[in-house]
Design a protein around this ligand. Structure first.
Ligand code: PA5
Length: 463
């Protein structure tokens, strides 16, 4: 059982577009200090896998909800860190078409992380809410998108329950801060069931808390194994020396490449089930590492641009740019050691030369050869590539992946000298949206924003 990192394609002779091992070694002592400081005072998310109290709370709430006996639809309302980990996990581990054909005895899971009126309108018009449970997730308890979605869901649920509010309330769980925020107050005042988002754990580092684990329980996923995978990574990395710590090597190499102008970091997933991990990674890497100020308060405007790619689909979309465009990218190929299905390629036209090379071959073999072909071509074009392989896709390996990437992100932030755990830019956008929606207390900000749009430069193509 392993998460396997292959850094072979990350290093070269410096002339071929890739880092020299010696450059990494030269930068290692400072990176090792970052790591030592992190290990001396680990952030709270690092030990979420060991929080049996939270695991138990999720299990118990899932049992209560399942005991209602009729929950066929489980709807998550949240955004950013309150949604992406859940989406990644469900796509990775639940049946691929679970929204059509869920695992026996499990509800279909939907994650609504947008305020698009067409999407929401059609969703709530289509779903039999009398057989649904809604999990509202917001750490701050004040995110405007989640608040609006909650109001819509509540409105429809009360209708579905023929106006019986107590009955509607039973069909909600609110996952939020244990003490503060609008959702906490609402839940306390009106008696909604809640689960806590632990203190000191930011949204994008919260997938192993009730933020992700309540849905995991409801979807019948193996929460204990997700946590065991994360614990194994913690243990293994803590035992390694700095030079041997793959999370530190991953972080440091990426940050050195960033300094050299390779600022686009591509997560290239060679498995459909892994493709949503790339969305989770994008937020983790972007929101943690994209910062205006460093820890000394200096303006630095640093950060890589994470990109999601899916192989081989994007070989026919992005690969031309990756191979021949600007050499400003670093690639992490995500692959599975073993797919659940081997799936032979049928050969009904045995005599046709068009298909000879596909005879007695399988789709998993084709997938791997496509990945290898792309890897080789990228390397020949002087593009750094690292391969992250999960020997198989199960709860344990997913837990390993989550923890590995979180730790690498924390190290990368330390190496950059920024705070990877805040998100002032996101907060600025949240405040602006609240102001423009007329939220009390934000009048001054609303006026400032309106004043910036008195003159517009517009072009209109009339029909
Ligand atoms: O990682 C983060 O902190 C953010 O992406 C948040 O998760 C996102 O903004 C949603 O916030 P909240 O959970 O407070 O509604």
């Amino acid at each position: 059982m392993a998460l396997h990192l292959d850094f072979t394609g990350f290093f070269g002779d410096g002339e071929d577009g890739r880092l020299r091992r010696s450059d990494l070694q030269a930068a290692m002592p400072k990176a090792a200090e970052v790591r030592a400081a992190h290990l001396a005072q680990p952030p709270k998310w690092r030990s979420l896998h060991a929080r049996e109290d939270l695991e138990q709370a999720c299990k118990q709430r899932a049992q209560e909800v399942k005991a209602q006996g009729d929950v066929e639809y489980f709807v998550v309302l949240g955004i950013g860190g309150s949604a992406l980990g859940t989406t990644a996990m469900v796509h990775a581990l639940a049946p691929l078409y679970q929204q059509w054909k869920p695992a026996p005895g499990q509800p279909r899971v939907f994650v609504l992380d947008n305020v698009d009126p067409d999407w929401l309108g059609e969703f709530f018009a289509s779903i039999p809410l009398q057989r649904a449970h809604i999990n509202v997730i917001s750490k701050s308890g004040g995110t405007i998108e989640t608040s609006a979605c909650f109001l819509l869901a509540w409105h429809h649920m009360v209708q579905a329950c023929e106006g019986k509010e107590e009955q509607a309330r039973q069909r909600f769980t609110i996952t939020t801060d244990a003490k503060q925020g609008h959702f906490r107050r609402l839940a306390d005042d009106l008696g909604f069931a809640t689960l806590p988002v632990p203190d000191g754990v930011g949204g994008r580092f919260s997938v192993m808390s009730p933020v992700g684990m309540f849905t995991a329980e409801m979807a019948g996923l193996d929460v204990a194994s997700i946590h065991a995978g994360a614990a194994r990574v913690d243990q293994k990395l803590a035992q390694a020396t700095a030079e041997e710590d793959p999370a530190l090597v991953y972080a440091l190499a990426h940050m050195l490449y960033l300094q050299q102008g390779k600022s686009v970091h591509v997560h290239f997933a060679y498995a459909h089930r892994l493709s949503f991990l790339a969305d989770w990674y994008k937020q983790l890497w972007a929101e943690s590492l994209g910062k205006k100020h460093n820890l000394k308060g200096e303006v630095v405007h640093v950060g890589p641009t994470p990109v999601k790619a899916v192989g081989p689909t994007d070989q026919h979309s992005q690969a031309q740019l990756y191979m021949e465009g600007p050499n400003d990218k670093v690639f992490t190929m995500l692959k599975l050691g073993k797919f659940t299905q081997e799936l032979p390629i049928p050969t009904p036209f045995a005599d046709s030369p068009a298909f000879h090379h596909l005879q007695n071959r399988s789709f998993s073999e084709l997938m791997e050869q496509e990945r290898r072909g792309t890897e080789v071509a990228l390397l020949e074009a002087g593009r750094p590539v690292c391969v992250l392989e999960m020997c198989k896709l199960d709860a344990f390996h997913l837990g390993q992946y989550f923890q590995f990437m979180q730790i690498a992100t924390a190290f990368a932030g330390g190496i950059l000298g920024i705070d990877p755990f805040d998100q002032p830019g996101v907060e600025a956008g949240k405040v602006a949206a609240l102001a423009l929606m007329g939220c009390a207390g934000y009048d001054g900000r609303a006026q400032e924003i309106q004043a910036q749009f008195t003159h517009r430069e517009e072009y209109r193509l009339s029909c």
